[in-house]
Ligand binder design. Structure first.
Ligand SMILES: Nc1ncnc2c1ncn2[C@@H]1O[C@H](COP(=O)(O)OP(=O)(O)OP(=O)(O)O)[C@@H](O)[C@H]1O
Length: 339
């Protein structure tokens, strides 16, 4: 099912959290929403599900305006950061609960519960109470419970943030598999950039009450549309200069690339897009080992660049190097987006 948010504004007291926000997710797509803490990510999910009302704007599902529908009539699955299971009910009772409220007959409930237990790979835990299973297993039960009434939309609010990194990866892979199998439309709120890059068809960056950019993971990371999105997604270099007829002129030389327009711009490069070679144009000022990689700060004149390399061989501070810039897919941020 396709979700559209149109011109949504939401204010809590004097704080405007969402400001004429527009957002669209196509059927069967996995959209992650990234943003700083307090940016309004959960508020977006709550408005779609009807847990919170917007001040202005409309929400459409498959073209139908559901802005005034009560939550229970929207048939949207919602997964919270913590599983929020009923502690006195067994795993299977938790999964079946919503279906009993909806007055499904007991045979159909049993069939659906069995299907979900298999889908979420929690066979053997049916008769246990939530305190007797692990955090990861509890979150699987919560997902099964949310999927029980066969929603076509699943909203997930940092669902794996309390799990360790290995379990997070496993759960991410499982949810992706389920999403594809059931053709679910998912909106997934996370703080974890890597998780969103790995799982999503598209990522939306929520900044200053609106979606600053919505695009594929690759474009969000390598072709950000503003300085703010570029910095939000991780370490980056901006080389100031001017574009004239698809040539970028800067203090670091001339670069050929296709640009939208002439004028002042910055060449944008992630540290891993610059390669180190033999040479003496740049001097290593410092470095930081981040695991398998190392990030060097290399200087020439007044310009300093961050460059990533493998940490297997560490170059020393003070050493001179040359840098090779990619000659394809150069990305420019134009003056109007340098905020
Ligand atoms: N019921 C409420 N009453 C008043 N203010 C609220 C309410 N719910 C949220 N807020 C405020 O609205 C802003 C956005 O909250 P929201 O939970 O949507 O942000 P978020 O991006 O999900 O944050 P986080 O990543 O920290 O979970 C915050 O400043 C929060 O304090």
């Amino acid at each position: 099912m396709k979700i559209v948010m149109e011109n949504i504004t939401k204010t809590y007291g004097s704080e405007k959290v969402l400001d004429h926000l527009n957002l669209q997710v196509e059927e069967g797509k996995f959209l992650s929403i990234l943003g700083y803490s307090g940016a309004g990510k959960s508020t977006i999910l709550k408005i779609i599900s009807g847990l919170v009302g917007q001040d202005k704007g409309r929400v459409f599902i498959d073209g139908i305006d559901i802005s005034n529908y009560p939550t229970e009539n929207r048939n949207i699955g919602y997964i919270f950061q913590s599983p929020l299971l009923f502690p006195h009910m067994t795993v299977e009772e938790n999964i079946a609960f919503g279906l009993q409220v909806k007055k499904w007959d007991s045979k159909r409930i049993r069939k659906r519960t069995t299907e979900l237990i298999k889908l979420l790979q929690i066979e053997g835990l049916e008769k246990r109470l939530p305190p007797m299973i692990s955090g990861g297993q509890q979150q699987r039960v919560a997902i099964a419970r949310a999927l029980a009434p066969e929603p076509r939309i699943l909203l997930m609010d940092e669902p794996f943030s309390s799990l360790d990194s290995k379990l997070r990866e496993e759960m991410g892979a499982l949810i992706k598999e389920i999403q594809e199998k059931l053709n679910l439309t998912i909106i997934f709120v996370t703080h974890d950039r890597n998780e969103s890059l790995a799982l999503s068809h598209e990522i939306g960056i929520l900044l200053d009450g609106n979606i600053a950019q919505i695009d594929t993971p690759k474009n969000i990371y390598y072709k950000p549309n503003s300085n703010k999105v570029a910095k939000f997604m991780g370490l980056c270099n901006f080389i100031p200069g001017r574009i004239q007829g698809n040539i970028f002129y800067s203090r670091l030389g001339e670069f050929k690339g296709v640009a939208e327009e002439d004028g002042k711009a910055k060449l944008f490069l992630r540290p891993e897009q610059i390669k180190i070679c033999e040479g003496d144009n740049f001097k290593i000022m410092s470095y930081k080992i981040t695991g398998r990689e190392i990030i060097y700060r290399a200087k020439t004149g007044d310009s300093c660049l961050l460059v990533e390399d493998s940490a297997q061989e560490v170059l020393s501070v003070g050493q001179t190097i040359g840098l090779i810039f990619p000659n394809k897919n150069l990305h420019f941020i134009h003056k109007r987006s340098m905020i």
